[in-house]
Write a protein that binds this ligand. Sequence first.
Ligand code: GLC
Length: 511
Amino acid sequence: MAAAWLKDAVFYEIYPQSFYDTNGDGIGDINGIIEKLDYVKGLGCNALWINPCFDSPFKDAGYDVRDYKKVAPRYGTNEDLYRLFEEAHKKGIRVLLDLVPGHTSEEHPWFRESQKVEKNEYTDRYIWTDFCFQGAQGLPYIGGESERSGTYILNFFKCQPALNYGFLNPTEPWQKSFRDPAAIATREAIKDVMRFWLSHGCDGFRVDMAPSLVKNDDEKKSGTSAIWRDVRRMLNCEFPDAAMVSEWSNPKLSLRAGYDCDFCLNEPGSGYSTLMRDYGNGEDHSYFKKDAGGNINRFLDQYLDWYEDTKDLGYISLLTCNHDTIRPRYNLDEAELKIAYAFLFTMPGVPFLYYGDEIGMRYLDVPTKEGGYYRTGSRTPMQWTAGKNAGFSEGKAEDLYLPVDASEDAPNVADEEKDPASLLNTVKEILALRHSQKDLQADAPLEVICTEPGCPFVYRRGTITLALNPTGAEVSLPLKDVTGEVLYKIGEGSAADGKLVLGAQSFVAFR
Ligand code: GLC
């Protein structure tokens, strides 16, 4: 059973380095998040996901954790984070931290111990082969970097050795079962990290690479799922209100493994990837791109299969974007984004808004930073004002974590707040609508009414019918049972005399 507060949760993802800098060092901080809680609340978001803010050498922007229990000094102190939990709770905002269970930094003390020749508590905390020249059966590995004769397995970048949760079916002497005491010790160590933050007031975790724990796992991820179910049992007993959100993009497995929410990710070929950023192979047929000939069924085919199978287990999370994905503003303009967001925020499940997407921040062409590569362009400082450093920092421009969007027409919060028709105000209206109608929240059922022709999409959530037309031409549909008062609309739309008429780029909610 998912935590009850998720029913009406709308998340705001904060990339801490780039959100708001309060001490002028050019990098965002925890106090900056505290200062902007009213902004988050004003948007209509009542939960945060904060990307890793722990001590790290930052070779993968903090996804290479050196100390799970310590806030990175560049963001502040543990006390600052505890205060953030407190201040957020006062405003009715929940806070999820980012748990990186699959790997640590190569600078983590566990790994430093594990590299030693002498046996110690951490010898088997990571996955080592038995000999310095031994390969790892197709898994990526590193040799030659430690006094211990053996190679170790990586989980992602070179700086991220895989923690040892064991193998589903060990076939080599150096492979341990996922039930081996060493593998269980790793699991307990991660539970200990979770307890630490939860007991200080955090409300749960977004879990990085959640399916990656057990190696040589089967297609159903039986080994990894058994571990997450064990973690869930612990949470149910000790922190029943805690939420767990997986980076998995396979809700049929993740929600059965005890997660409350699973992200739809932008993997090539995924249904979600056809919605807003379908530019993988030359032509862009994103559904929300005006007149690109997009087809919502490419999304629905996968989504409805997932939804029908999992609706009683937990939630599917639709996102505007995240720190790994090119911002939707890259190929969609403001008008297109309005319809896209209206859709994302009126679907079942628990939606996520990535900082800056609410004002249409652009994907910038900037050099890679901290292992970001192409992702760096989606990680630039939040644009609060048209002033110095876009209001992100009082520091020197050359000290900023990443350059701000210097274009004359760079969107910013202050300007958009003043414009009733801005993307920002539209996002606020849509989220207010969602919070005001139980039928638009996570649990209310979804029924597809119409996906043809010309690509409007009409769907029902309980007593509310929603209709959207992302194209540039008016469409008229013979839909007798779409009636009722207009609760909200973008563009023009009406339902009368058995006909639903949707103006160009419109979204209408009827009840
Ligand atoms: C996840 C994170 C990504 C990180 C990787 C390794 O995909 O979202 O930013 O680089 O895991 O931890």
